[in-house]
Design a protein around this ligand. Structure first.
Ligand code: HEC
Ligand code: HEC
Ligand code: HEC
Ligand code: HEC
Length: 452
C-alpha cells in the first residue's frame, strides 16, 4: 500500500536565513479540502492553504513561498476538483514550484501544465516551458529545483552539476540559496554536504541522518556549534497537512509533535516541531502551521469563486448521472439490507446499529450528499451499474450496506442456495484507505461490527 505520510526534511545552514521568511508546502495530492472522515486527518487542503499564505504575505513582505510539488491530481481526469485545485495554485502563485513526475511527463508529452513558476535547474535538454536555471527574487534569494529521475535530459546530483550551478549563479555573493528537492536520500545527502545551499526543502521522505552515518552526524553537529552554524532539522507536514514556516513569520500555537497535531482539538498543545537532531541552544527556526478546519475563513473572492463553481459542476454531474443511472435500477443485482432481515436477523441488527448504516447522515451533515467524490464510499455500488442513484430514487441503497462487503445478492435472496465467491474480508480496504481511515486496523475494526 502506498504510504500516505510524506515527510519534509529541511536543512538550514548559516545565520542569514533567520531573517528570510519562508513558507513551504507540497504533497496536497489533489486535496481541495480534507474529507473530515477522521478528525486526525482533518488538516490540509488547498482552500486553507490559499487563505493562510495570503495572510502570511500581507504580514511578511518578501515571503518566499516554496512549493515542493506533488500537489496535483492527474490533470487528464479533469474532475471539477482537480481543475479547481490547479486554478487555486495559479492564484497562490508560489515564488517557485518544483516539477513533480506528473508535470514532468506532461511536459515531455507536450501537454499543458498549470501556469506556475516551475523551476527545474538540473535540466539540460532542448528549450522548455519552465525555468531551467533558477528563480531569483527581488530580495536576492536564488531558488533551484532538482528532480531526481533517470532521464537523458536531467543531470544527476554530482560535483559537475554544482560546478555548473556555481558558474551560472546570477547572484554570486550574499545570496540565500534554496534548493527544492525531490530524489533519493543519497542525492539529498550529496547536496547537503556540498554546502552550496542555505536551505533545502525536500518533498519526499528521507533518511538523511542514516545516510550521513552516525559519525558524520556528530561531525555535522559539532560544525553546528563551533564553526559554520550549520544545523539540520526535520519537519513533517504530511499529505499537504501543513505549511512549514521558517524565520520572520509570526508564530502562533502549533502542535509540538505530529502525534499532538493529530489529536482532535489540539488548541493548547503549542510548541515547536521536534527536530530530527537536537537543536539545543538554538532559537526556534521552524514551525509547522497545521491547516485545520476554519483556516479558510476569509478565503479571497477570486478563490471562493473557483470553488463555488467546482461545487456547482460536481453537483451538476451528480444530477446528470441520476437520469442515466435510474434506468439500471430495474435490473439491479443488488437487493439492499432490508431484504436480508428475514433470514439473517442477528447480522441485520448488528449492521443497523453500526456506523455503516448511518454513513449518509454523515455526508448530509457536511452537505456533501450530492458530491460524487464523497458519495462513492458512503453508499452501495455507486460505481456499479444498478447501484445507488440518489436519496429519492434508491433510498434502499443509501449508506454502507451488507452488499458493500458481500457483493450483489439479489439472486441469493430469491434462492439462498446461490452463494457468492466474494471474500467480504477483503472489502474493507476499498473504503478504509489511509487518508479516510488513518487508524484502520482490521482486527479491532472487525470486532466492532462482528456478525455471522
Ligand atoms: C430467504 C432467506 C435468505 C435471505 C433473504 C438472505 N439469505 Fe443469506 N443465506 C441464507 C441461508 C439459508 C444461508 C446459508 C446457506 C448455506 O450455508 O448453505 C445464507 C448464507 C449467506 C451468506 C454466507 C454464504 C455466502 O454466500 O457468502 C452470506 C454472506 C449471506 N447469506 C448474505 C446475505 C445477504 C447480504 C442477504 C441480503 C441481501 C441475504 N443473505 C439474504 C438465507 C437467506
Ligand atoms: C475512499 C472512501 C471514502 C471517501 C471517498 C470518502 N469517505 Fe468519508 N469515510 C470513509 C471511511 C472509511 C470513514 C470511517 C473512518 C473511520 O472511522 O476510520 C469515513 C467517515 C466519514 C465521516 C464521519 C466522521 C466522524 O466523525 O464519524 C464523515 C463526516 C465523512 N466521512 C465525510 C466525507 C466527505 C465529506 C467526503 C468527500 C469529501 C468523504 N467522506 C469521502 C470513507 C470515505
Ligand atoms: C463492512 C462489511 C460487512 C457488512 C456491511 C456486512 N458484512 Fe457480513 N460479513 C463480513 C465479514 C468480513 C464476514 C466474515 C467472513 C469470514 O469470516 O470469512 C461476514 C460474515 C457474514 C455472514 C456469515 C458468513 C459465513 O460464511 O458464515 C453472514 C451470513 C453475513 N455476514 C451476512 C451479512 C448481512 C445480512 C449483512 C447486512 C445486514 C452483513 N453481513 C453486513 C462483512 C460485512
Ligand atoms: C463501501 C465502503 C466501506 C466498506 C467496504 C467498509 N467500510 Fe467501514 N466504514 C465506511 C464508512 C463510510 C464509515 C463511516 C460511517 C460514518 O460514520 O458516517 C465506516 C465506518 C466503519 C466503522 C466504525 C468506526 C468507528 O469509529 O466506530 C467500522 C468499525 C468499520 N467501518 C469497519 C469496517 C470493516 C471491518 C470493513 C471490512 C470488513 C469495512 N468497514 C468495510 C465505509 C466502508
Amino acid at each position: 500500500m502506498a504510504r500516505f505520510f510524506v515527510f519534509f526534511m529541511v536543512l538550514v545552514a548559516g545565520q542569514r536565513l533567520f531573517a528570510l521568511p519562508v513558507a513551504a508546502f507540497g504533497d496536497l495530492r489533489g486535496h481541495v479540502e480534507p474529507c473530515g472522515c477522521d478528525p486526525r486527518t482533518d488538516v490540509g487542503g488547498v482552500k486553507r492553504l490559499a487563505t493562510v499564505i495570503s495572510r502570511y504575505r500581507a504580514s511578511s513582505p518578501g515571503l518566499l513561498v516554496v512549493d515542493a510539488g506533488n500537489s496535483l491530481l492527474d490533470l487528464d481526469a479533469e474532475t471539477p476538483e482537480s481543475t479547481a485545485l490547479a486554478r487555486a495554485l495559479e492564484i497562490i502563485k508560489p515564488t517557485a514550484s518544483l516539477l513533480n513526475q506528473l508535470e514532468w511527463s506532461r511536459l515531455a508529452h507536450g501537454k499543458s501544465i498549470p501556469d506556475l513558476n516551475w523551476v527545474l535547474s538540473n535540466y539540460k535538454g532542448p528549450s522548455m516551458r519552465v525555468k531551467t536555471s533558477t528563480v531569483v527574487t527581488k530580495e536576492g534569494a536564488e531558488i533551484y529545483g532538482y528532480l531526481g529521475l533517470v532521464d537523458k535530459n536531467l543531470t544527476v546530483a554530482d560535483p559537475g552539476l554544482i560546478g555548473r550551478w556555481r558558474r551560472v549563479s546570477p547572484v554570486k555573493k550574499g545570496a540565500t540559496r534554496v534548493l527544492i528537492f525531490s530524489g533519493t536520500d543519497k542525492d539529498l545527502s550529496f547536496f547537503y554536504k556540498s554546502k552550496f545551499f542555505d536551505l533545502i526543502v525536500s518533498s519526499n521522505q528521507t533518511k538523511l541522518g542514516l545516510e550521513l552515518g552516525d559519525q558524520e552526524q556528530k561531525n555535522e553537529r559539532s560544525l553546528t556549534r563551533e564553526s559554520k552554524g550549520q544545523i539540520m532539522a526535520w519537519s513533517v507536514p504530511f499529505g499537504g497537512g501543513g505549511i512549514l514556516r521558517l524565520g520572520g513569520l509570526e508564530v502562533t500555537a502549533v502542535p509540538q509533535t505530529l502525534a499532538n497535531a493529530l489529536k482532535p482539538n489540539c488548541g493548547s498543545c503549542a510548541g515547536n516541531i521536534t527536530p530530527g537532531l537536537p537543536l539545543s541552544g538554538l532559537p526556534a527556526l521552524q514551525t509547522i502551521h497545521w491547516l485545520r478546519a476554519g483556516e479558510d475563513d476569509g478565503l479571497s473572492d477570486d478563490i471562493k469563486k473557483i470553488f463555488s463553481e467546482a461545487k456547482t459542476k460536481s453537483k451538476d454531474s451528480f444530477l446528470a448521472m441520476i437520469g442515466r443511472r435510474e434506468k439500471d435500477l430495474g435490473s439491479s443485482e443488488f437487493a439492499g439490507s432490508a431484504a436480508c432481515l428475514s433470514c439473517h436477523k442477528s447480522a441485520y441488527e448488528i449492521w443497523a446499529q453500526s456506523k455503516h448504516a448511518s454513513a449518509m447522515a454523515s455526508l448530509k451533515l457536511k452537505e456533501k450528499q450530492e458530491e460524487p467524490p464523497c458519495v462513492e464510499c458512503h453508499v452501495l455500488g455507486f460505481s456499479t451499474k444498478g447501484g445507488y442513484v440518489s436519496e429519492d430514487k434508491s433510498p434502499q441503497f443509501s449508506n454502507v450496506q451488507c452488499e458493500s462487503c458481500h457483493g450483489p445478492r439479489r439472486r441469493h435472496v430469491e434462492n439462498p442456495t446461490i452463494k457468492s465467491s466474494i471474500d467480504a474480508k477483503t472489502a474493507c480496504a476499498m473504503c478504509h484507505t489511509p487518508p479516510h481511515s488513518p487508524g484502520f486496523d482490521r482486527e479491532s475494526y472487525w470486532k466492532k461490527i462482528q456478525h455471522k
